[in-house]
Design a protein around this ligand. Structure first.
Ligand code: GLY
Length: 292
């Protein structure tokens, strides 16, 4: 069963992704041993390599795209704290501080909330609205026109309802997540009107079909072969380079290049965060983006 709420409203999509500022957080020393992961047989994770890959990613946003990057300090008591996307959903000038769906991640919101308040965002705290609601930002796909919320693994229906109430000018659709950490483990916005999608497993194919069935706008869907996380990219309409899609490195995911080449009309930048992907970190996980 699927749920949708909110208005179908024509938004000016192109203004929605003109981000000027990104919030990132350092890598906890505890990440290699203690960060959550779906595949517990995954190989050794190097703290140094993860740190240097995140720094290279920060450099892309800061140097190439001209964004201001605010780097919050890591907290070694919070192994997954680098994945800031999960603790805040920012759309227009409203920032919803979420409550992540894994108990080990609950302490991560405080630092983000203080930062967003200091930036004078309109901050809403999910836990104060409904203590039973959970949402990981990785489950929230915002296309500029509507919002899809992956429900079933980390995020629940109470969390979906808080998203509906917090962003009332957008249609919000619940999509069942199965066999994936998050909705955006297997799909992401490549640019307004274009969504990258994975078909790695039958469960992921079902999830993507559900998303397509509830979507109220017409999108071009581009398949990405291989590991689902290869479909996770980051779109920014930057002041310096115009529309840019930062996508996984084709060295780490050899089958993806032709899919990203098919987007058209964007500058493509490859970014290797393969060390973070061993603990299910994807490109969108590493930043909260703001237009301020
Ligand atoms: N390692 C990311 C997460 O499981 O939340």
């Amino acid at each position: 069963m699927y749920f949708s709420c909110g208005l179908i409203w024509r938004h000016n999509m192109h203004n929605k992704f003109k981000y000027t500022t990104a919030i990132a957080r350092g890598i906890a020393k505890s990440l290699p041993a203690e960060a959550q992961r779906m595949d517990h047989t995954a190989e050794f994770v190097s703290y140094e390599k993860a740190k240097s890959q995140l720094q290279s990613y920060v450099d892309i946003l800061q140097e190439k795209l001209g964004l201001k990057v605010i780097q919050l300090p890591a907290d070694d008591a919070l192994p997954d704290c680098a994945f800031v996307e999960d603790v805040a959903v920012v759309i227009d000038d409203t920032a919803l501080i979420t409550k992540p769906g894994h108990v080990n991640r609950i302490g991560e919101m405080k630092e983000m909330e203080s930062c967003l308040k200091s930036l004078r965002m309109n901050v809403v705290n999910m836990a104060e609205i409904d203590p039973f609601a959970t949402v990981d930002g990785g489950d929230v796909l915002f296309t500029g026109e509507e919002i899809f919320v992956g429900v079933g693994n980390r995020s629940n229906m109470a969390g979906y309802k808080v998203i509906c109430d917090t962003f009332p000018s957008y249609a919000v659709h619940a999509v069942e997540v199965e066999d994936a950490l998050h909705l955006k483990t297997a799909c992401s916005l490549a640019k307004p009107g274009v969504i990258m999608i994975s078909d790695e497993t039958p469960e992921i194919q079902k999830m993507i079909k559900s998303l397509q069935a509830v979507a109220t706008s017409n999108y071009r869907y581009i398949h990405v072969q291989g590991n689902a996380i290869g479909s996770n990219c980051l779109f920014i309409d930057s002041e310096k380079l115009g529309p840019v899609t930062v996508h996984p490195s084709s060295k780490a995911f050899p089958s993806i290049k032709s899919s990203y080449d098919a987007i058209g009309g964007v500058t493509l930048i490859e970014c290797d965060i393969s060390e973070l992907s061993k603990v299910d970190g994807a490109l969108s996980c590493c930043f909260v983006l703001l237009s301020i």
